[in-house]
Ligand binder design. Structure first.
Ligand code: CO8
Length: 374
């Protein structure tokens, strides 16, 4: 089997950011307007008044302080509460492809590669903007890459599933160099009128380059030691958007055609599942948690990550053990663990080990053990 090394990462961050204060002000204006427009029905007990959101709740429950978005104005406009992103012509690059190309160029630079050195492109994400042609094939074309490309969706876990897919391809010899991208416009699938979830997500794109270690020019990369994936069906995080919606037009715009979740249940069920996955994965590789320099966890919830890291490490994790980016980026679905890795990997010394771990809808979770080369 060929050795595989991760030699570059890239991050595209949208220009606009929304603070909790701005988001809550907009939400509460909407609530006030709704309640006053429906005052008679609420008074008569025919309708429930909406409750306001709160900055203090959001920060305590999730750790999120702000999020980047592709369109701030539409999200904050109480008459719209949705990003407004003009449709592009078929001869223009799509939004996701454009974001992905931006992240890809950075990753190529770090890997000291040209686009035509790559022979497979994977887009692994939760929010694909169209059915086909694949966004990955469009990115392949925009960058001038030969070979092949395909899209895959394992919701928030997509990055580790994408890394394992690329790792397996390189180990078996079906590709030598793989580009794996996570392109997310989560704001397009978020119900900004839902108090329970309006604060959760943000937009971003990340990229990772995986190579056959013998070919790598960047010798300072991270060897992939091993990967492991797990899935278990659950309806607790769900989005029923899809091509069959038009066949039942009476339900086409219902809330379940956007992100919905039972957040408490997700927290309770997924956290132990992820801690067990990492613990078992380390043990099966004859590794101790004490040998880990860092964990780059999926960025959904600060308290969830503290729980997982404490369970794995056996003590309260520091910011250095388990860095947080969700305070600035919010939950960026598939991209979260890769943003954390991108921003917090350069201080690693040769031989130091870490775990990239993503988890989410499905349920699904993935663990990738890496060791700094060089
Ligand atoms: N402001 C003030 N109060 C609020 C608010 C608010 N905005 N929202 C809820 N409350 C209230 C509730 O009404 C409740 O009140 P009461 O106790 O009186 O009933 C109280 O606060 C507590 O509510 P919760 O129990 O819901 O609060 P939690 O402490 O559980 O926190 C979280 C809620 C933050 C959602 C938390 O449960 C969480 O983060 N869970 C994990 C979520 C998670 O990891 N999900 C993964 C989803 S990602 C994925 O895989 C899908 C990707 C798809 C991308 C789609 C893009 C859009």
């Amino acid at each position: 089997m060929n050795q595989v090394i991760l030699t570059g990462t890239g991050l595209f961050t949208p220009a606009e950011s929304i603070s909790n204060e701005e988001l809550v002000e907009s939400f509460n204006n909407y609530v006030e307007k709704f309640n006053s427009e429906n005052a008679a029905a609420i008074e008569a007990g025919e309708m429930e008044a909406l409750a306001p959101s709160s900055v203090a709740f959001i920060e305590k429950a999730s750790g999120i302080k702000s999020r980047y978005v592709m369109d701030k104005k539409g999200v904050l406009d109480t008459d719209i509460m949705c990003p407004r992103i003009p449709e592009r012509g078929n001869d223009e690059p799509s939004l996701l492809a454009e974001m992905g190309v931006n992240a890809a160029k950075q990753a190529l630079e770090e890997a000291q590669l040209d686009a035509n050195d790559i022979d497979a492109v994977l887009v692994a994400c939760a929010n694909l903007q169209r059915a086909y042609p694949a966004i990955s094939i469009e990115i392949q074309d925009l960058l001038g890459i030969d070979g092949f490309a395909f899209d895959m969706n394992v919701a928030c876990s997509s990055a580790t599933f994408g890394i394992q897919t690329g790792y397996d391809m390189i180990r078996s010899g079906s590709a030598k160099r793989v580009m794996m991208l996570n392109t997310e416009v989560c704001s397009g699938h978020l119900n900004f009128r839902d108090r329970d979830s309006h604060f959760i997500f943000g937009d971003v794109a990340t990229a990772v380059i995986l190579e056959d270690a013998e070919l790598a020019k960047n010798k300072q990369g991270f060897e992939i030691v091993d990967t492991r994936l797990v899935t278990k069906f659950s309806n607790n995080i769900r989005n029923n958007f899809g091509f069959l919606n038009r066949t039942a037009p009476e339900n086409r715009d219902d809330d379940d055609k956007l992100f919905i979740q039972e957040g408490r249940k997700v927290f309770r069920e997924v956290s132990p599942m992820v801690a067990q996955l990492i613990t078992d994965h380390l043990a099966d590789n004859n590794l101790q948690a004490s040998g880990l320099r860092r964990m780059w966890l999926h960025q959904a919830n600060r308290n969830m990550n503290d729980f997982i890291a404490k369970k794995v490490l056996g003590y309260d994790p520091t910011e250095d053990d388990q860095p947080t980016v969700l305070d600035e980026y919010a939950n960026t679905s598939s991209a979260g663990s890769i943003i954390a890795f991108h921003k917090h990997k350069d201080d690693f010394k040769a031989g130091e080990m870490g775990v990239i771990c993503s988890f989410g809808a499905g349920y699904s979770a993935g663990s990738v053990i890496v060791r700094r080369a060089g």
